[in-house]
Ligand binder design. Sequence first.
Ligand code: M1P
Length: 256
Amino acid sequence: MSASNPSWLSRQLPKTICLFDVDGTLTPSRGIITPEMKNVLSRLRKICAVGFLGGSNLPKQIEQLGPNILQEFDFCFTENGLKSFRLGEPLPEASFIKFLGEEKYRKMANFILHYIADLDIPIKRGTFIEFRNGMINVSPIGRNCTQTERKEFERYDHEHNIRKDFISALQKEFGDYGLKYSIGGEISFDVFPVGWDKTYALRHLKDENFSEIHFFGDKTEEGGNDYEIYNSKEVIGHSVKNPADTIAVLNKLFGV
Ligand code: M1P
């Protein structure tokens, strides 16, 4: 398989690609892919091109989807496509810190850490800001909480709107920064420049001449991190409830 003559050109539907959100779509939130889902994807890859398009970074996606993802998917779009791979080869990256600049970021990081220090929530752990290539991820409880603590925080947050209020405070304070805030998971929210949502990944597909781009995601409602791409005119969007639902929809569409 070569970059200019990619293997999907000899599949049943050479001009079709299926892109999948990860958490809640291919796997349970922060969970691991099942053998059943792996088999479905491998059957699908005989029919068309297949990629994942997640908000998380590559190390987390490797934990969830397995160590060989660069070979098992035609496209790997990590951090909304801000860091991506085509046929295992890296594509040009986007940089959050280059966009914002050190001074603005420092002010924002200080504000976030002060805000979390003043937050009276039942549990706090560590890693409140995860600095990524194309975004930052902010977690009021801290990213290295346990799985049980994660679920407790999610419940608490639904009742007390911790993340929504936090985002409103940031929007008020840094309204001129050109940033977007997106709740994609259970314990955190992502912060990235406006337009660097999942539709960012589509620019990497422009020259591939796909006539059908299917996207499958579970956070397709407004404010969710699949909302923009699900509603993009360039995409056929599928809103799914969980990985089992993804399999059911794929079965209906492609008989896999
Ligand atoms: O992929 C969805 C989200 O998954 C994680 O969210 P959380 O840890 O809050 O469940 C994060 O990697 C987040 O960046 C991502 O959008």
